[in-house]
Design a protein around this ligand. Structure first.
Ligand code: HEM
Length: 322
């Protein structure tokens, strides 16, 4: 298991956006509702941007040129050659009404078995994919369908993007499916090679080495769920985070708590209770999104976690601290 700490992606992305906002080379482009302006529409894919980030109020463009070293590292990462269009990509940053960045968009072309496939990808502030779209292609229609494309939502740089492994192919369209899969994979590789620092604290292949590290990983998933309840955006990453939290909680018993370690039964009780509550919560969240029921479940989980922390940690823990 290779785990990327989402907070680190978030921090890097925030830094990147700050740099962009002071960079005079970046320019503000029309808000989705201005897309009627003909002149803009020619140069700025306003409608496509609005489909990817419907709640964005504005987009900032950023044109970048790739150095040969970056090209080489991206090609290595994605296992494919970049096309000529990829060498000077235009990124779009989605801004909300408070001018806060919501994420990035990049339009990407890949080679399918029958010719070029044009697509677009939206990445949120946690470095997770929120949307993949396919616009023009000469393959079977399924590869542009929502059913196929929605499986990319919630994936990030740590995912494999391999048809037959973490991506389900369209029946009989293995090659075209793999070609489309390259669209989000390329977008992620380019975003990370250009702007986003790959986290240094990856848990490579194995488990966290102590309880503090495990808890820090859990905090990353906690933040994703909390943000979802606050913004009501990005349900899929929140569902994934809830499932991942449930998995992490299973590991708690492997480590000795810093306080009351002799109260093993009680410690295991909290661990099991939080684990099963998170499992139920993940299922409900997937079905219902934000509802009175899921809000209540989440609050119950937080109450249990607070109790566990008071009982077993020798310092006070505020999950909402930055
Ligand atoms: C949603 C679930 C949870 C989250 C997000 C969470 C998060 C955290 C965080 C952020 C810390 C502080 C880590 C640091 O010092 O940097 C922490 C510490 C700790 N947590 Fe949790 N926690 C969760 C559930 C639990 C549960 C269920 C237990 C016990 C059954 C537990 C036991 C502890 C203990 C003992 C510490 C102190 C670790 C140490 O001494 O380093 N936590 N937790």
């Amino acid at each position: 298991m290779r785990q990327t700490h989402p907070l680190l992606s978030l921090i890097s992305l925030c830094i990147l956006i700050t740099i962009w906002q002071v960079d005079t080379a970046g320019s503000m482009v029309g808000a989705p509702q201005w897309s009627g302006r003909r002149k803009n529409e020619k140069t700025i894919p306003a409608k496509k941007l609005a489909t990817i980030f419907p709640k964005a109020k504005k987009f900032v463009t950023k044109n970048v040129a790739l150095t040969p070293e970056k090209v080489a590292s991206i090609e290595k990462e994605i296992g494919a050659k970049l096309g000529s269009k990829d060498l000077k990509p235009t990124f779009y940053i989605a801004l909300n009404e408070d001018k806060k960045p919501m994420g990035l968009v990049l339009f990407v072309t890949v080679k399918g078995p029958n010719g070029a496939i044009d697509g677009g990808v939206g990445l949120d502030m946690n470095g997770k994919i929120i949307k993949v779209e396919v616009y023009k292609h000469k393959e079977a229609s399924g590869i542009a369908g929502e059913k196929f494309l929605k499986q990319f939502i919630g994936k990030g740089i740590e995912d494999k993007f391999l048809v037959g492994e973490d991506v389900k192919s369209i029946a009989g369209q293995q090659k075209a499916s793999q070609a489309v899969t390259l669209i989000p994979k390329k977008m992620l590789a380019m975003s990370y090679a250009l702007f986003l620092k790959k986290p240094e604290t990856t848990v490579a292949e194995d488990e966290p080495y102590d309880l503090t590290e495990l808890m820090q990983l859990m905090q990353g998933d906690y933040d994703i769920i909390r943000d979802y309840f606050q913004t009501e955006e990005n349900k899929e990453p929140a569902v994934e985070a809830a499932k991942q939290l449930g998995e992490y909680v299973k590991l708690i018993g492997d480590f000795e708590p810093s306080k009351n370690a002799e109260q093993r039964d009680e410690y295991t009780y909290f661990q099991q209770k939080v684990h099963s509550a998170l499992q139920q919560f993940a299922v409900a969240l997937e079905k219902e999104g934000i509802s009175d029921h899921t809000k209540e479940q989440w609050q119950d989980i937080l109450d249990l976690v607070n109790k566990a922390h008071l009982r077993f940690s020798d310092r006070s823990i505020d999950l909402d601290e930055d």
